[in-house]
Each structure stands twice: as structure tokens, then as C-alpha cells.
Ligand binder design. Structure first.
Ligand code: UDP
Ligand code: MN
Length: 504
């Protein structure tokens, strides 16, 4: 559809509101803050196991990763590199390379092979299981570590074993291997649990130290942690399939169960961002399922926001997210805090909508194969367009009608409300705060199966066909057209847990 937002874009941090001072791009290939270079680390640090997971990766790519780790990690701290092969066709050539490396560095390289493909999370867990050093870094195999990437991790974990660390990604462009610097950010997510970058918090700027750790709601994927501590809090959720969700699961679990997540600006890892993920024709099937596991185990009554974001009914979603009993037991055993604590204390940018009453596709009874859509972006004219079910095309409270961008965090200021400009024949989308402050007509009366009437102008949101049979979404004097929204929610937000949020 015209409206679907490009999720992957959100994981590219150029869209920050405020950028830290970055090293000039043209001078150095190895990007660094000047102050990172000046930092001196103790010699006596914990040892590290580096895990590289892969599936159908080119041998040359894996060798680049290994070489960078050997060259850029102090030898006395690098205990081992563990390759986890989540089913590859490289057996022979890779074996030969491992022998060559081990001839020079006895025992440094180990390999764990899955007999069949088990998925990203299992690959990371297998790597953790095989690791023996004090600290474990679990990385993709299509990376190169930067100068002094390990020392910031090891000294931070030495100070505090409960910190899970998210190194900073830079991007190795897939078509020409150019290295592109990403600015430092906090790792966040939207309600579909897709990753997104959040600007650095004010408290971080207040420190006036660009090497300082950044408190982060979640991780992007790669991580480093105290090996034993990671085990104590349950490593990763082995019930995840193929790809996605495991990063947010770790983020919530770490914070809710007594740990924390930090991004370390001086620990940088260049990561090859592939154009295409070769795992499933539609990767969102796995991501959606995994997101529901996270929601069901960790998010309490807030979990319905995830159902909204994936445009699923909150009861009988039809998605088999597998057995959750051991993860729920873990939450109990660790005596973890609730999601209400998390959203208030760790991730207040996550916009919670306690008063949603409807979401999904919105159809006019005159013409049921087309739906209200946010229309071309950029642009602010909602249109009538083929229906799709991938994300809610609209969301509705008792008063307002939004496009699905409202499910992004407040950082993006992308939430848009349907308004009636009062003249002309088109409705207009406006950022909701602005609509409120300008006194625009953003309040609607709508009940399932009835007209959509603007409370101020009394005009109706309706459709008209021109003489070619093309439909338009218009504002006009009501003619009695009726609308239906795909999913309705009766008691959302009425539970005890969430009641106090409604008053806010
Ligand atoms: N991976 C895996 N098994 C799978 C899917 C992914 O081992 O079934 C690995 C993959 O080789 C990579 C990591 O998981 O090292 C993350 O996947 P990818 O790089 O495709 O995701 P991205 O980094 O783009 O989010
Ligand atoms: Mn990757």
C-alpha cells in the first residue's frame, strides 16, 4: 500500500533530532570520537569469548570478521572465537581456514554446527553455551570490529556485571563495502517491536562526556554481557523462530529483572546491512509471532498494543506463538518488575494509547474492497485505497481517528489525526498535537456501522465516485453513508492495571 511505512528505515539513525559531535567522515576510515581515542583502559580486564553466528554466509565475509577480531582485540583478553554455523554449505573450506588460524593461534577458533537450521536466537544461545570466558560478545558474522572495540565493554562489565552492552553499529554498505558512520543513539522499538533509534537522553548530554555509556531501552541485536549473568537472567528466549523479537525480549527482561542495557559509544562494530534477508519469503510471519511471545510474557496489559500494531484481533489471534510456560516461570523466579514500571522508568517515549476502541481496515458499506488509507507520504491527504491487513490502516478512539504512525514512539512526532478543514472537499491529516493547539476539527462521532461525523463542522467523511468509477475520500454534507472498522475493542484500558493511565 502507499501507506505502509518502510520499517527498515527506522533502524537507520540519520533521522536524529540532535546529533553528537561526530568525527569528520572523510579523514578517518575508522570512525571514532576523539575522546574515545584518548581513553586509557586498565590492562587487567576480564577475558572475552566472541561468538559469530551465520547462515549461508560467504567465506570471505567470515574471514574478515575473524581477522578484525584477532587484530583489534588484545591477545591476552581474547580467549576464543566461536563460530556458530546455523547450517551452511561451507564445511570444507571453512574447516581448512580454521586449521590455519589455529596453527598460528592454538585453540583460538572453535566451531559449533547445527545439524539443521535452528534460527538466529538458537544460534546465539548455542554460542553462549559453548563460551568459557568471563564475558561473551555475540555478533553476526558479517561484521568487522573497530579499533579498541572490546576494552570499553570489558571495563564497563568489570564495574557492573549486570550491564548488557549494545555496541554501536556502523554500516558496511553491501554493494561496495564503503563504511558509513552511524551516530550514537539509544536502541528502541515501536509497538510492532521493530527496532528504531532514539536520540541520546538529556542526562547523557549533561555529562559532557561523549564516551559515557548511554542508557538504552533495548538492543539492536548484537550484544556483550557477563557470561554468567546472562545465564542467570535466561540468555535468550529459545522459543523464538528464525528472526526477530529476541532483541526486545532481552531488553525488557534485562530491565525488568534487575539488569540494564547500555550502548557504549567507544565500542564500534561495522555491520554489513544486507539488501535482502534470505530466510523466509515473508519474514514478518516470524517477526510477528516472536513479537507476541514478548508481549505475552513481559508486557502485561500493555500487550494489546502489540496486537494493534500487527493488526491482530486481541482474542483468538490465530497465531501459534508456542509454549510460554518456561519463560513465564523464569519471570516469576527472577521476581521481575512489570511492564508498567518499564514504560514509565525506562521507555516513556513509547506512546501508550489507553483508549483505542477500533483499529484495522475501515470500509464504507457502499464499496467494501477499498479502505481509508493515509495516502502518499510525504503528503497529508488521506485517501481511499485497496485494503491491507499488515498493519492497522486506521486506529480510532472515542474522539479521534489516526493513521498507524501513532504506534511509533513520541520521538518521531509522526502521529497524524484525521481533521476536517471545514471548507473544500478533502479531509486533512495533521500531527495530533498541532491539530489540538491550532484548534483544528479533529473530533469525530463514529460508531460501528454508522456515519463518521465531524463534531464541529457536522460534515461527514464519505466517498464519491467520478464518472470513470474512481473513488475519492471526501468531506461533504452527510448523505447517510455508513462505515465499519475491522476490529473493535470494548474494555481496553479498563483493567485495574491501566486505569490510572487514562486519567493522565
Ligand atoms: N541467522 C541465523 N539463522 C537464521 C537467521 C539468521 O543464524 O535462521 C543469523 C544471521 O546469519 C546473522 C544474524 O542471525 O548473523 C542476524 O541476521 P541478519 O544479519 O540477517 O539480520 P540483521 O543484522 O540485518 O538484522
Ligand atoms: Mn546482520
Amino acid at each position: 500500500d502507499k501507506g505502509a511505512r518502510p520499517h527498515s528505515m527506522l533502524c537507520q539513525p540519520q533521522i536524529f533530532l540532535r546529533q553528537p559531535q561526530a568525527a569528520p567522515k572523510t579523514v578517518l576510515k575508522l570512525f571514532f570520537y576523539y575522546s574515545c581515542k584518548k581513553r586509557i583502559y586498565p590492562k587487567d580486564l576480564p577475558t572475552i569469548s566472541v561468538v559469530l553466528i551465520f547462515m549461508n554466509e560467504a567465506l570471505s565475509i567470515i574471514l574478515r570478521a575473524i581477522t578484525s577480531i584477532i587484530n583489534r582485540t588484545p591477545a591476552h583478553l581474547l580467549k576464543e572465537i566461536i563460530l556458530v554455523d546455523d547450517y551452511n554449505d561451507l564445511k570444507g573450506p571453512l574447516e581448512t581456514q580454521i586449521k590455519n588460524y589455529n596453527a598460528k593461534h592454538p585453540g583460538l577458533l572453535k566451531i559449533v554446527r547445527h545439524e539443521k537450521r535452528q534460527g538466529l536466537t538458537q544460534a546465539r544461545i548455542s554460542g553462549w553455551e559453548a563460551s568459557t570466558a568471563d564475558v561473551v560478545a555475540i555478533l553476526d558474522a558479517h561484521i568487522e570490529v573497530n579499533m579498541a572495540w572490546a576494552e570499553p565493554i570489558l571495563s564497563r562489565i568489570k564495574e557492573d556485571r549486570t550491564v548488557i552492552i549494545s555496541p554501536v553499529f556502523d554500516n558496511i554498505r553491501f554493494d561496495d563495502f564503503e563504511l558509513l558512520q552511524y551516530s550514537v543513539a539509544a536502541d528502541g522499538f515501536d509497538w510492532a517491536l521493530w527496532c528504531l533509534y532514539e536520540p541520546l537522553p538529556d542526562e547523557w548530554y549533561a555529562l559532557k562526556d561523549e564516551t559515557a555509556p548511554v542508557r538504552s531501552p533495548s538492543i539492536m541485536g548484537i550484544l556483550a554481557a557477563d557470561r554468567k549473568f546472562l545465564g542467570e537472567i535466561g540468555v535468550l528466549d529459545g522459543g523464538m523462530h528464525i528472526y526477530g523479537g529476541e532483541n526486545v525480549e532481552l531488553g525488557l527482561r534485562a530491565w525488568q529483572c534487575g539488569g540494564k542495557i547500555e550502548v557504549l559509544p567507544c565500542s564500534r562494530i561495522a555491520h554489513l546491512e544486507r539488501a535482502h534477508k534470505p530466510y523466509l519469503p515473508d519474514l514478518s510471519i516470524a517477526v510477528k509471532r516472536n513479537a507476541l511471545r514478548v508481549a505475552e510474557v513481559w508486557m502485561d496489559d500493555y500487550k494489546y498494543m502489540v496486537y494493534f500494531a500487527w493488526n491482530l484481533p486481541i482474542e483468538n489471534s490465530g497465531i501459534d506463538y508456542g509454549d510460554l510456560s518456561s519463560r513465564k516461570e523464569l519471570r516469576k523466579k527472577l521476581n521481575c518488575k512489570g511492564f508498567d514500571w518499564y514504560i514509565k522508568n525506562v521507555y516513556p517515549n513509547l506512546r501508550f494509547l489507553p483508549n483505542i476502541v477500533g483499529y484495522g481496515t475501515m470500509k464504507n458499506t457502499l464499496k467494501e474492497d477499498i479502505c481509508i488509507d493515509q495516502g502518499p507520504v510525504p503528503g497529508n491527504t488521506p485517501i481511499i485505497y485497496p485494503c491491507h491487513a499488515y498493519s492497522p490502516q486506521v486506529m480510532q478512539t472515542n474522539e479521534q481517528i489516526f493513521t498507524d504512525e501513532v504506534l511509533l514512539t513520541v520521538t518521531f512526532k509522526l502521529d497524524r489525526c484525521v481533521t476536517d478543514p471545514g471548507s473544500g472537499d478533502l479531509p486533512i491529516l495533521e500531527q495530533c498535537d498541532i491539530a489540538v493547539s491550532k484548534g483544528l476539527n479533529l473530533h469525530w462521532d463514529f460508531k460501528q456501522g454508522s456515519a463518521v461525523i465531524n463534531r464541529n463542522t457536522k460534515r461527514c467523511l464519505e466517498i464519491t465516485a467520478d464518472n470513470t468509477g474512481t473513488y475519492r475520500l471526501v468531506m461533504q454534507t452527510c448523505t447517510g453513508q455508513r462505515w465499519n472498522i475491522q476490529h473493535t475493542v470494548k474494555d481496553w484500558g479498563k483493567t485495574k492495571d491501566l486505569e490510572h493511565r487514562i486519567q493522565q
